[in-house]
Design a protein around this ligand. Structure first.
Ligand SMILES: [Zn+2]
Length: 478
């Protein structure tokens, strides 16, 4: 590729690396090849490197002249990507390179996720490591594996090798945002044992459809309805009119998504179809977000020969009415959710029902308060809970010299001030700052849209700009 001046070399270097890593299949759990590639890259550039059994790669670069006595900076990105494709795509994520499509300023893939999340981060760090024109202190660069499947690599890495006092995580999706905090999270499975009773009562199916859903962290404060808790409201409403017993219930799918659909089968002597419209009107009285405007509640006759006991039905209604959504807001700006819960998933089986919750909070005591409440609820009704391994939250000061220096470098480049904020979702910064003493962190990145879907696109000028901001930042941050 012809380069006519140093600015263009800088501008295009990360893109060249992005093209290279796009050739390497790197779905979560399949990171051996990308890890080996990064080791080869380090070798070729004469850099110190190591790789662990989880395919985390750690590369170090000496300070440029005169900056040997400054603290090291830790740069970090994850190597894995989400593999999603359109139904029409025959792409094999385990073998084939991502097919890049350039459309002016937009880079996308052909019918698949692009892997800009977090390939751009990997590419920017590689460019900073190989570009000899950038002034910087010692660089410690960590490329983590399997972020998308539960921050696996970051959790397993041995942080005793890190000496940096500042961490820049390059996994953001908006260039004008500097993230200084994220949520911790924990998933809870509540299991309710059950013996079904025979029944000859008329049965009805109740179906909730048309809700918008969204991410259970980042979208939790948008007023969108949770199909499972809405079903709880409907069951409770009907129960006030006449005794019902639930026979079956199924709602939600992914633990990190707000459930959009829920189905329940109930038995009752009350002619439920007669109050269809009334129930629908009742359900719609909860509507808040306009995205949920397509909500429908359908009731139709069904059949079943067995149902829960009355006690189990009432216990289910009680569980579905446990506080859900935003439980607490931060008291100081930015006013964002501080603690939240998502009743993500519910299923019945032959011997009971189980409910999956995900709790999020910045602070450990808030997380514990949420899981304690679920424990107590379960215990009181003879059910059990299992808490999966969680991950910690993180909050660095909004006026840290690190956040201010990044904001200043960004301002100089763009003439706009970035927003310094927190996100109500998990980031690897939470784990890393909990393992490395006195580490201040920010999470930044370039403009990437529709992450985790085949519509994922990256803005190329933003990619270039963030590389330049990162170079400026390294030059100026002492
Ligand atoms: Zn990511």
């Amino acid at each position: 590729m012809a380069m006519n001046n140093i600015d263009n070399v800088k501008a295009f270097l990360p893109l060249e690396y992005f093209k290279e890593i796009s050739k390497i299949p790197r779905g979560s759990g399949n990171e051996t090849e990308i890890a080996n590639y990064l080791c080869d890259f380090a070798k070729k550039n004469g850099l110190w490197y190591s790789k662990d059994e989880n395919n985390n790669v750690f590369i170090k670069k000496n300070a440029t002249q005169g900056r040997e006595n400054e603290d090291a900076i830790l740069l970090q990105a994850h190597t894995d990507m989400v593999c999603e494709k359109n139904v029409s795509s025959s792409h094999d994520f385990t073998k084939e390179p991502i097919k890049l499509v350039f459309e002016g300023n937009i880079l996308r893939a052909d019918g698949t996720t692009l892997g800009a999340d977090d390939g751009y981060g990997v590419a920017i760090i590689m460019a900073l490591l190989s570009d000899s024109s950038v002034s910087h202190p010692r660089l410690e660069c960590l490329f983590t594996s399997s972020e998308e499947t539960g921050l696996v690599g970051a959790s397993a890495f041995d942080y005793s090798v890190i000496s940096a006092k500042s961490l820049i995580n390059l996994d953001g999706a908006e260039e004008n945002t500097v993230i200084i905090g994220c949520c911790g999270g924990i998933r809870t499975e509540l299991t309710y044992p059950l013996e079904y009773e025979q029944t000859t009562l008329p049965a009805y199916d109740i179906s909730i459809r048309g809700l918008y859903g969204g991410h259970s962290g980042e979208d939790i404060n948008k007023g969108r309805l949770n199909a499972n808790t809405l079903m709880g409201n409907i069951l409770s409403y009907v129960y006030e009119k006449a005794p019902i017993r639930v026979a079956k219930i199924s709602g939600g799918d992914k633990d990190n998504a707000i459930p959009r659909e829920c189905d329940a089968t109930v038995v009752t002597s009350f002619p439920l179809c007669d109050i269809k419209d009334e129930i629908s009107t009742y359900a719609k009285s909860f509507l808040e977000a306009k995205e949920d405007g397509n909500l429908t509640v359908e009731i139709k006759k069904s059949t079943t020969s067995k149902a829960f006991s009355e006690k189990a039905t009432l216990d289910l209604i009680k569980i579905l009415s446990v506080p859900n959504g935003v439980l607490k807001y931060r008291e100081t700006p930015p006013i964002l959710p501080k603690m939240s819960r998502n009743l993500a998933r519910i299923r019945t089986s032959d011997n009971g029902f189980s409910i999956g919750f995900s709790s999020r909070a910045y602070l450990e005591p808030d997380l514990k308060a949420s899981t304690d409440e679920l424990d107590k609820l379960a215990k009181d009704m003879g059910a059990t809970t299992h808490h999966h391994e969680g991950y910690p939250g993180w909050e660095s000061p909004s006026d840290s010299s690190l956040a201010k220096a990044w904001a200043k470098s960004y301002e100089r480049k763009t003439n706009t001030s970035p927003e310094i904020t927190l996100i109500h979702a998990g980031l690897e910064c939470g784990i890393i700052t909990s393992r490395v003493k006195d580490l201040t962190a920010i999470s930044v990145g370039c403009n990437v849209h529709d992450l985790h879907t085949p519509n994922e696109v990256m803005e190329l000028d933003s990619f270039k700009r963030i590389y330049e901001v990162a170079s400026e930042f390294l030059k100026d941050f002492h």
